[in-house]
Design a binder for this molecule. Structure first.
Ligand SMILES: Nc1nc2c(c(=O)[nH]1)N[C@H]1C(S)=C(S)[C@@H](COP(=O)(O)O)O[C@H]1N2
Ligand SMILES: [Mo]
Length: 407
């Protein structure tokens, strides 16, 4: 027998150590065979996601939507992107879940059981748009490290919970409070229990907004595990990294929160525009706050074929962080001329808005439909990639789809 057909003894014992069990017939294992125990589970099944979702990373799990999957007015779980910085917590017992409040600027430390939170404070439901700060990163040049999000790291689900401000009022916050920072139950990728995967937050003014929730439901059901079960912070309109999942503790700070991924190039951009590739000093980097105006054509799917003479109905969503979207225009001539789309009001502040248009094409051939939204301060989306920054945040360039008109 050829020795190389068998897994080496040393490898076998290291497998056994990881498994915590002997591999009884290990001597018959073919070389390079990947044990099932070491294979990734099917993420679509694991997270109840649609098969058309795109996996960007498995360690940690990161998954994005495609534009046409985001057609629903309220995003269902199966089309909601997943962004993890660490390892999803396991074996969560919601009935034992607690959240505590501490930090320099609380009057006294306080802890609430999840059930107590639900019973004690009034519950609210809002549709809230959450976009990853790095959505659109894949287009940056020089390239930015990190998940290469295209356009699918955005969602707008309905979140139910209690207002953070009501809870903070009950806790008692000192006058000198400037920021809140969350602490969560996920594990750092290194497995080091002393390191947090991410610990971000928002200024106290954002924390005190009516729509900033400590949420325990998404779309009328318990929050799915990957999205923060059993309790998450939801701060719509800001980079979604501010919306901590699986939160166990909130620190009320008398300075800007300095948790993991609050400093350096993480979720920060040069305060003033820089040439691509520039190395920017720490002091000249600013924390991303409200997200910029953006839109997405969710119907039809890019590449659509249309019969000559037919009218094409397009639709999608537009959002502008803390602001309202006041108009959405489309162009079928590469931006030479623009026409107005119809635009609906948001379900509530910080929810995306729906737009639509009926388009007629002059003759057969290839077209692109470009869509551009404008916010209430008169700022429009750029047609091409906006300001370069080291980590590739805030790409709000116009979304474009291709259409062919045929006889
Ligand atoms: N505890 C915890 N909260 C987190 C993260 C994380 O890794 N751990 N990722 C953040 C980032 S960067 C984003 S974009 C959103 C993604 O939310 P989702 O996975 O529910 O879509 O969660 C934020 N909250
Ligand atoms: Mo993110």
């Amino acid at each position: 027998m050829e020795r190389r057909k068998f897994v080496k003894k040393a490898t076998l014992s290291s497998f056994a150590a990881i498994l915590g069990a002997d591999i009884v017939f290990g001597n018959t294992l073919p070389v390079d065979y990947a044990l099932l125990a070491f294979q990734d589970p099917d993420p679509f099944q694991l997270f109840n996601k649609d098969k058309e979702m795109v996996v960007l990373n498995n360690k940690p799990w990161n998954m994005e939507a495609q534009a046409h999957l985001l057609d629903d007015k309220v995003t269902p779980n199966k089309f909601m992107f997943i962004r993890n910085n660490g390892i999803i917590p396991e074996n969560i017992a919601a009935e034992k879940w607690k959240i505590s409040f501490d930090g320099e600027s609380v009057k006294t430390k306080k802890t609430y059981a999840l059930d107590e939170l639900k019973a004690k404070f009034k519950q609210y439901t809002y549709q809230l748009t959450l976009e990853c700060g790095g959505n659109g990163r894949s287009e940056f040049n020089p390239p930015a490290k990190g998940n290469q999000w295209t356009i699918g790291a955005v969602s707008s689900a309905e979140w139910t919970g209690v207002r953070l401000r009501d809870v903070l009022a009950d806790v008692g916050v000192k006058e000198d409070a400037v920021y809140i920072g969350y602490h969560a139950a996920d594990t750092h990728l290194s497995n080091d229990p002393n390191k947090e995967a991410i610990s971000r937050g928002v200024p106290i003014a954002k924390a005190m907004q009516e729509e900033t929730l400590l949420a325990f439901q998404m779309n009328g059901k318990d929050i799915p595990l990957a999205h923060g079960y059993p309790l998450r912070l939801v701060a719509g309109g800001w980079p979604a990294s501010a919306s901590g999942k699986w939160i166990e503790r909130i620190s009320v700070r008398n300075k800007v929160h300095d948790g993991a991924k609050m400093t350096g190039t993480a979720y920060r951009v040069p305060c003033k525009p820089v040439a691509p590739g520039t190395i920017v000093k720490d002091a000249n980097m600013c924390i991303i706050e409200s997200m910029p105006v953006k839109s997405l054509v969710t119907f039809p799917k890019t590449g659509a074929l249309l019969k000559k003479g037919k009218t094409l109905g397009i639709r999608g969503h537009a959002w502008a962080g803390e602001l309202e979207v006041v108009k959405v225009d489309y162009s079928i001539d590469f931006g030479s001329s623009w026409k107005a789309c119809s635009l609906e009001a948001a379900a509530n502040r910080l929810a995306w808005q729906h737009f639509g248009a009926s388009i007629q094409f002059p003759k057969e051939g290839y077209y692109e439909i470009w869509v551009r939204a404008t916010d209430s301060q008169g700022i429009s989306q750029p047609m091409i990639l906006p300001g370069w920054n080291p980590k590739g945040y805030l790409n709000n360039a116009c979304h474009r789809i291709a259409v062919k008109v045929r006889s």
